[in-house]
Write a protein that binds this ligand. Structure first.
Ligand code: GLC
Length: 379
């Protein structure tokens, strides 16, 4: 649980062009937003694929890649000759001491770059921009993806009180009464955003009762082992691995992939099994079994996420809570959203809520935070 140091939301007096970066999953985004009197005029987003070797090499190389990508983005648009404030969505565990002092505490997901843990993310990025480019950029805020999503969601719906990420990783933040927060003191506001970093829930063993042997195998094969227990049960990075491990067990027990002939029904499932898992002679039964396993793994993920989200709704007890969501799993999984709606209704009975899916909100929100900081500084 961390303090994201969000002092205010937008109030209609923000103006200017702001850069935003989003680093967290497999690709990295550079975003430019233009705001006039608190209204989005223009937004441009570009995706950059992070080369594989940068996931594990010295961290400064990753920051250099980020700096070079920003320069590429601005130069391509003929927009590299002016000053920008920049908001950085950095979706990894960090300890914020201020909105621009974010100490990186550990890596998660696929990253394990040495040399940057314990350092201030803003300084690492600013140094790389100076080292690698001629750009005039002030990194004015570092934020997490769920906070950026919440801020972005609030732009569209003032009832937004939860920011949820369901992509490569999983996390949430919510609005809490300041009097209920014991970890830090905030005497200026009656309510404050709290980042839960709940992917690490269960690292003390409290979720052991529900972990299966496949969860343990997935953990053993993960980049950052014996940590982020909850995240490994449900986030996008791990669901496919869970399905794979369950299918391997079924195959070892002679229940899957015994190599009979097949028809062209279930084409897509078979195609995935043969092209991605490189299985031969996939039968109709194999495809049905794989679909069933995918259904179970997806259902468990939706149930776990719905339970913790319901807990927040019950705790906040608002007349209505809009949940701003971003993340590839939520956006692309055909059943996730309806399933969560059903499961939350069952577990937070009577609570009025709705999902607001925010495409790239996890990045654009950092631009909004930069615009708010800019307005506060200049007022
Ligand atoms: C991981 C990160 C967390 C992030 C989440 C979603 O859990 O540790 O900070 O918010 O992934 O990207």
């Amino acid at each position: 649980m961390t303090n994201p140091f969000i002092k205010e939301l937008m109030n209609g007096k923000e103006n200017g062009s702001f850069l935003a970066l989003d680093l967290g999953g497999t690709n990295f985004r550079v975003i430019l937003i233009q705001i006039t009197d608190g209204i989005f005029d223009k937004e441009e987003v570009e995706y950059y694929n992070i080369p594989k070797h940068l996931f594990t090499e010295e961290g400064t190389k990753l920051y250099d890649f980020i700096a070079i990508s920003i320069e590429h983005f601005l130069t391509n648009r003929g927009a590299n000759n002016r000053h920008y404030d920049l908001g950085f969505t950095f979706s990894f565990p960090m300890h914020l001491e201020a909105i621009d002092v974010a100490i990186h505490t550990s890596w998660t997901k696929s990253f394990s770059c040495p040399g940057v843990i314990g350092k201030n993310v803003r300084e690492l990025l600013s140094s790389a921009i100076q080292r690698k480019t001629n750009l005039d950029i002030s990194v004015t805020c570092v934020t997490n993806d769920c906070i950026a999503t919440l801020v972005y969601g609030s732009y569209f719906d003032k009832r937004c009180a939860i920011g949820l990420i369901m992509g490569t990783g999983n996390n949430a933040c919510y609005i809490e009464k300041t009097s209920n927060i014991h970890k830090w003191k905030d005497t200026e506001r009656s309510e404050s955003a709290v980042v839960l970093e709940w992917g690490a829930f269960g690292d003390n063993g409290v979720l052991d009762f529900l972990r299966t042997k496949w969860d343990r195998i997935v953990d053993k094969k993960s980049v950052v082992k014996r940590t982020y227990t909850f995240e490994k049960c449900l986030a996008g990075k791990y669901l496919g691995c869970l399905v794979r491990e369950a299918l391997v067990t079924l195959a070892q027990e002679g229940l899957f992939c015994k190599g009979k002939a097949f028809t062209d029904e279930l084409f897509y499932t078979k195609d995935v099994l043969s092209s991605y898992l490189e299985l031969e002679d996939v039968t109709d039964d194999d495809a049905r079994i794989a679909q069933y396993v995918c259904g179970l793994v997806s259902y468990r993920a939706a149930l776990l996420l719905s339970l913790v989200t319901s807990m927040l709704l019950n705790r906040m007890d608002r007349p209505h809570c809009t949940i701003a969501v971003d993340g590839s799993l939520f956006v692309h999984h055909p059943r996730f959203k309806p399933l969560m709606e059903l499961l939350i209704e069952q577990n937070a009975p009577g609570k009025s809520f709705s999902f607001l899916t925010t495409k790239d909100g996890s990045g654009k929100g950092a631009g909004l935070v930069a615009s708010i900081e800019n307005r506060i500084r200049n007022s």
